[in-house]
Design a protein around this ligand. Sequence first.
Ligand code: ATP
Ligand code: MG
Ligand code: MG
Length: 555
Amino acid sequence: ESTESLNFIEHIIEEDLANGFAKDNLRFRFPPEPNGYLHIGHAASICLNFGLGEKYNAPVNLRFDDTNPAKEEQEYVDAIKRDIAWLGFKWAKECYSSDYFQQLYDWAIQLIKEGKAYVDQQSSEQIAAQKGTPTSPGSPSPYRDRSVEENLDLFEKMKNGEFEAGSYLLRAKIDMASPNMHMRDPILYRIINKAHHRTGTEWCIYPMYDWAHGQSDYVEQVSHSLCTLEFKAHRELYDWYLDQIYDSKLLRPKQREFARRNLSFTVMSKRKLLELVQKKIVAGWDDPRMPTISGLRRRGYTPDSIRKFSDVAGISKRDNVTEVSLLEFCIREDLNKTATRVMGVLNPVKLIITNYPEGKSEILEMENNPELPNSGTHEVPFSRELYIEREDFKEEAGKKFFRLSLGNEVRLKSAYIIKAESVKKDENGNILEIHCTYDADSRSGSGTEASQRKVKGTLHWVSIAHAIKAEVREYDRLFLDEAPDSHEDKNFLDFVNPDSLKIIKEAYLEPYLANASMDEKFQFQRLGYFSLDPDSKSDALVFNKTVGLKDTWAK
Ligand code: ATP
Ligand code: MG
Ligand code: MG
């Protein structure tokens, strides 16, 4: 394989291998905090880590970074597992930072005994005030030089629940003058009096991220701990913590950073997504307008399209914003090759073929997917009374109107050529019925001369007697601004699009869709790609529009 196609993380690994690192020791992990659902940004990290696992035939752990019981829940653990599995990845082991609470505690005791950690009893405001600035050293806590015995005693009392939350902390004793603020006696443990979703009330002291993360990597013998750029400044601390406990007979993990995936016209932080859910701006984490994996799935995105997107968008060293149109391009490409072609009418007007025998109907064959060899056909009933889209008819055609108009012909997709003869209107001038005649010799695929006749437009339609009525939900961007959370003077919620959901209560679909399943994707001809929503009941189907046929946002 040429090195041109490697991303910079793969270059780092290749270099390690070239320097003698044993390929069998490669091991990766994806470390979500179960405090929300996974989003398309997480997919970048999932595809990176599990992609490396596939490429190097190395194990990838799923590690729940569950060190803050105030925010974490079992519901999120379950959703995260579901989403990763749906993306098509298999983790080697399901791990939890909480499984290492005892080990982390023991290592903290070791730090205390070595004079490298101390119990502080100042408020977090006092501690922050002593931190100094990046250009001036901080000042030491008055408790920095407690004796080892006193520290051991206080830490045990912390653990035993003898103190209030916020009253005592365990801090590493590193360097209050370090140019790296993270090295100025960082907090190792704080007291949180909340039940943990796995350890219950066994613990009331919880390790901080920096203390838990590298040590968890070490316990699991992760070789390359890949995280996002905001942790770059933490790397020195990651290494310092490992230095304190590292046994040279074991593998020493190393942290490397890549840029977060940002997407235009949305927000990506779980805190903000949670806000959208809690304020009921969306219907839930899996609302099809959400950039979550579950929202995209419900919208009709496929695992392949998300993996493709991660691949095409790539891994970057610098922060950047990926256009949402790239994501839409990826799903459109995928569905074009896989979606079954069907017909549905979203804004119906009645069309009567006056010279078609009353009471007659016939079955036409429609190709399932012209892009997919051997995808077969399905049956579509045709009869005298049809629905077409209201927008597909005008009494008088302007110069650029190639759809149906009085006196002009169009083809009904996979059926006949028709000509509009007259309209019936209500007292307000609204069209109630379009009366047409058809050319009985013009049926598509019949091989007749009339069937080859060229007419300017082709319309989709459904037979009224056979159609099923369904609800269709169409979505627009959830935010009107390209970067809703980048404005200093405004909250991201100020940019919520008030018209991001359009519900069509009475769409008419060809009867083939009565048996639609969530896994099958559809192209409603001329309208876009659609997918069954889990809100569906057998007699009340609901379809979501995944994406249009063309990029309507392109300028
Ligand atoms: P958020 O701010 O959305 O809550 P997080 O980083 O706190 O994100 P975690 O659950 O800790 O969320 O993330 C799990 C893994 O996914 C981490 O390694 C993290 O760096 C990575 N990750 C999270 N968001 C992104 C993103 N937007 N792009 C790439 N990787 C991400
Ligand atoms: Mg977080
Ligand atoms: Mg995190």
